[in-house]
Write a protein that binds this ligand. Structure first.
Ligand SMILES: Cc1cc2nc3c(=O)[nH]c(=O)nc-3n(C[C@H](O)[C@H](O)[C@H](O)COP(=O)(O)OP(=O)(O)OC[C@H]3O[C@@H](n4cnc5c(N)ncnc54)[C@H](O)[C@@H]3O)c2cc1C
Length: 320
């Protein structure tokens, strides 16, 4: 029988996971991405424990640990003057996108996938090209920078009206500060993230920014399906970044699509499995987003125990 040949659009986390899984299933793989090397990306760089089985199934857990990701044992939610905290039963991880994307890219190439440094042609079987949805209204943008200074073992989420900012450790003693804010709020601070982060109750006063702010957007929460192709990662859906699960979902959906495409299974079966794994998280996030749009964050605070938020916004992923 002729070897199956699979073309993938995008060599980010989802595309590389798809390539590794499809290669393991015996397919020939070509990945298209005009970006030649991995780079810093706007991302909270926070990973829930679901990352372990997903990377294990890709044969990459030991290498991930070798990158010495930061470990976190607590979550703090801060709404205005109020803070609530909970401990994690299993540690969460912090690793920069530069390191994680680099790991996946190296592994995809080592598996025998061929990278073509071009925009993807229209007929790729697997789409892993990230977010492309148009946006309007009061648009939302993301920003991120690394800081040096004392490191905490917590992920801290500061919620305010029209945005939130996460502070958490990553590898090499760095702290990642990453936020989301509406265009109107950003306009109030002259599009300067330093002016927004100065509102974090002095949290960054003993930290020093070690890189320029990166920005991205507009961000659109969506779920998209195409019956003739496998949409993976952010091309399939974009959920609220505070869940800390977008990267794991990108790897999981990528690997699932790679395996299923190599086995000639239909995209419809893939979407069926994805919906089952991701729908509860999506519904909880939509509910919370609606609540935050109607009510000031400080009034919702007492209603949201951190442990509840953390549990209900995690996907139910089964890894082979
Ligand atoms: C502000 C913010 C904070 C976040 N925080 C977290 C967090 O803490 N934890 C977490 O797990 N997730 C977080 N996320 C989500 C996470 O970043 C994404 O879910 C993840 O990057 C999705 O990976 P991907 O491979 O689907 O897409 P991407 O990482 O965007 O990769 C897409 C790739 O496709 C390429 N590409 C684009 N167009 C084409 C084309 N036409 N042809 C070929 N290639 C193309 C790009 O160059 C890129 O390499 C956050 C996101 C944002 C915006």
């Amino acid at each position: 029988m002729a070897t199956k040949r699979i073309a993938i659009a995008g060599a980010g986390l989802a595309g590389c996971a798809a390539a590794i899984a499809a290669r393991a299933a015996g397919a020939e793989v070509v990945i298209y991405d005009s970006a030649r090397t991995s780079k810093h990306k706007v991302c909270g760089e926070f990973l829930t424990p679901e990352i372990e089985p997903v990377l294990t199934s890709l044969g990459l857990w030991a290498e991930f640990e070798g990158l010495r990701p930061a470990r976190m044992s607590r979550m703090r939610l801060i709404f205005g003057g109020r803070a609530a905290e909970s401990r994690f039963e299993t540690p969460a991880y912090g690793l920069s996108r530069l390191a994680l994307d680099g790991l996946l890219k190296r592994a995809a190439l080592a598996s025998g996938a061929v990278h073509i440094s071009e925009r993807a042609p229209a007929d790729c079987a697997i789409l892993a090209h990230g977010r492309t949805q148009p946006s309007n209204g009061d648009r939302i943008f993301g920003f991120k920078a690394h800081f040096t200074g004392p490191v905490s073992d917590a992920v801290e989420l500061y919620f305010f009206d029209k945005g939130y900012i996460g502070v958490n450790p990553v590898e090499n003693g760095l702290t990642n500060v990453c936020g989301l804010a509406s265009e109107s709020l950003l306009r109030d601070v002259a599009f300067d993230p330093d002016r927004l982060t100065s509102r974090l109750n002095g949290r960054l006063s003993n930290l020093r920014r070690s890189m320029n702010w990166l920005t991205t957007g507009p961000l659109v929460y969506h779920r998209t399906a195409d019956p003739s192709r496998f949409l993976t990662g952010d091309a399939l859906q974009f959920v609220d970044p505070f869940t800390g699960t977008g990267m794991t979902i990108a790897l999981w959906t990528g690997a699932l699509a790679g395996r299923m495409a190599a086995a000639n299974e239909s995209p419809a079966n893939f979407y069926g499995q994805a919906v089952q794994a991701l729908d509860r998280q999506r519904a909880v996030c939509a509910l919370l987003r609606r609540a935050l749009a109607w009510t000031p964050a400080s009034r919702i605070a007492p209603l949201i125990p951190p442990a509840w938020l953390y549990t209900l916004t995690r996907p139910k992923l089964e890894s082979r």
